[in-house]
Design a protein around this ligand. Structure first.
Ligand SMILES: Cc1cc2nc3c(=O)[nH]c(=O)nc-3n(C[C@H](O)[C@H](O)[C@H](O)COP(=O)(O)OP(=O)(O)OC[C@H]3O[C@@H](n4cnc5c(N)ncnc54)[C@H](O)[C@@H]3O)c2cc1C
Length: 514
């Protein structure tokens, strides 16, 4: 149904590494650190280094490190947020192995925030106990990624290629052999390896309103589909309830930890509304808070606010410096003004189907981090479980990939070429905008069969773009978005009941509380 490769190429020479990791977020970097003990590693990022969503993570990392906490309690909260669809083996792996990797980060020198020498733990939605470690107040991702990237730069076995886009995976007889890339100079090049690890992150940029970084366009999932790798749970897209609603700055997140510290949601009349929707009120699971805000905004055609004005003087500024500085630069002082918020596409629970060792159904192809679907999040991710996922499954994937066979025969693909893509110049920009609008309206927070069908009709219109060599990073990203959008829409049509983050108006939620 989709073309095998998105660009035409004729590669007579190639590079060779032991391992290729596509993506320099937390999952890719952590995995690279461990794989570097086993051979030469090439880390590829189509953007800068580090890049992706990891550096924007604010709230923190969930892990059962407190004496009052335990992996069993963390398991219970994760399963409950996942609305009955979590893979229990994957969740057990996450919560039981998580604390070891936190220790590892501490050994590497990650300066988690402390109060009187003890690591500070905060609470977030649907966690029964404070268990979120944070750093730099609300700059956890940036702080952790800085330490990981410094560690990597000291590894002689690791090479980092920035501004290099992975376009497609090279395979033969159900074995992944390498990656087709577009170099910084826009030249196609083939790089072989005994194992390829996808760590390309999520799909937020398929939507008009998103908290995600600009390059988060689902490339790894689309590449996997073209090579025949299985994807799963694509209907489960998490919308974060509280993205700053501002025309001046799009996509800025107001961390859930702000509610964890006591802020509450209010409607345009200044009334709290979450207690009506769930016993945990403002700290209910994300899907519930998101739908409550969405419904409030729709029914009253007006704004919803996050109210942190009750915090002690200067607390907001010291606990959430990034959010405080951003809000004040826009004329909103969180200590005296309520913050206008709206939901935004945030995280994909689905992705490339893997086991708990990152293995896909294609030999030699692995996936970890947000691009992968181990089933650990079920139908709805528990807040702050994804940085932990990047560590736990990034490490396991590296371990499994290190055992990959060293003897593969690439003799008959030494000179690889493909010429089937049409070369007529097409501009995808306008269609990209349409695609994002339609995803937001028709495949968004609340879905019904008619709207999903409407979106499929739009996709039919843009499918012809897939047969063209669009010759630009943006063009390839658009093509990937079209493929991923199709996977999300098909999955959303197939699941005609509501569950977790996937809400269909024509059915009752499986769990009455949601
Ligand atoms: C604003 C925000 C706040 C968040 N806060 C938290 C939090 O507090 N706690 C938490 O647990 N989670 C949080 N999350 C979610 C979490 O940050 C992500 O799920 C996680 O960082 C994903 O990590 P990753 O390594 O899988 O991917 P990413 O960090 O997204 O990295 C993807 C990488 O892949 C590269 N890439 C993609 N496609 C290609 C290609 N074709 N070729 C080459 N390179 C490619 C990108 O350049 C990038 O380097 C937050 C997310 C956002 C957006």
């Amino acid at each position: 149904m989709f073309p095998r490769y998105l660009i035409n190429f004729d590669c007579k020479t190639h590079l060779c590494f032991d391992f290729i990791i596509i993506g320099t977020g937390i999952a890719g970097m952590y995995s690279a650190l461990h794989l570097s003990e086993h051979g030469r590693v090439l880390l590829i990022s189509k953007d800068n280094f580090p890049a992706g969503n990891s550096i924007y993570a604010q709230g923190g990392i969930a892990a059962a490190i407190d004496e009052k906490d335990s992996p069993t309690l963390h398991l219970k909260d994760t399963l409950s947020a996942g609305a009955g669809l979590c893979d229990i083996k994957a969740v057990k792996t996450l919560v039981e192995e998580g604390p070891v990797h936190i220790q590892n980060l501490l050994k590497m020198g990650v300066p988690f925030d402390r109060s009187s020498k003890k690591i500070s733990l905060t609470q977030e939605g649907a966690h029964g106990i404070p268990r979120i470690l944070h750093a730099g107040g609300d700059a956890t991702g940036k702080v952790v990624c800085k330490v990981l990237s410094e560690q990597l730069q000291n590894k002689a076995n690791v090479e980092i290629l920035k501004n290099t886009m992975a376009v497609d995976l090279i395979s033969q007889a159900n074995k992944c052999l390498g990656v087709l890339v577009l170099t910084q100079e826009h030249q196609p090049n083939v790089i072989y390896a005994r194992a390829v690890i996808l760590a390309t992150g999520g799909i937020g940029q398929l939507y008009e309103k998103t908290t995600n970084a600009p390059g988060v366009t689902g490339d790894g999932i689309a590449m996997s589909v073209r090579i025949g790798a299985r994807v799963a749970d694509m209907e489960f897209v998490q919308f974060h309830p509280t993205m700053l609603n501002s025309e001046k700055l799009r996509g800025f997140l107001i961390s859930e930890a702000v509610r964890g510290e006591g802020a509450v949601l209010r409607n345009h009349n200044g009334e709290r509304f979450m207690p009506k929707f769930h016993p945990l009120a403002d700290l209910a699971p994300r899907d519930i808070v998101t739908r409550a805000i969405f419904t409030q905004m729709l029914e009253s055609s007006s704004q919803v606010y996050l109210d942190a004005t009750g915090f002690a003087k200067n607390f907001f500024k010291s606990r959430f410096p990034t959010i405080y500085n951003t809000c004040t630069s826009l004329g909103i002082d969180p200590s005296s003004d309520m913050i206008p918020v709206t939901p935004g596409a945030h995280y994909l629970m689905g992705g490339v189907k893997t086991d708990t060792w990152g293995r896909t159904n294609i030999s030699g192809l692995y996936a970890c981090g947000e691009v992968a679907c181990t089933g650990v999040h079920g139908a709805n991710r528990l807040a702050s479980n994804s940085l932990l996922e990047g560590l736990v499954f990034g490490y396991r994937t590296a371990k499994a990939a290190s055992l990959e066979d060293t003897s593969y025969d690439k003799s008959n693909i030494e000179s690889l070429n493909y010429t089937k893509q049409k070369t007529k110049k097409l501009d995808s920009q306008e269609y990209d905008k349409l695609l994002k609008q339609s995803m937001q309206e028709n495949v968004g927070i609340i879905r019904d069969a008619q709207d999903l069908k409407k979106h499929l009709n739009l996709l039919q219109m843009v499918f012809p773009f897939l047969d063209h060599d669009l010759q630009s990073k943006e063009g390839i990203e658009f093509q990937n978005k079209v493929i991923v959008s199709y996977m999300v829409t098909q999955a959303a049509m197939a699941r005609n009941i509501s569950c977790g983050a996937h809400y269909r108006t024509n059915s009752l939620p499986k769990d009455k509380s949601s």
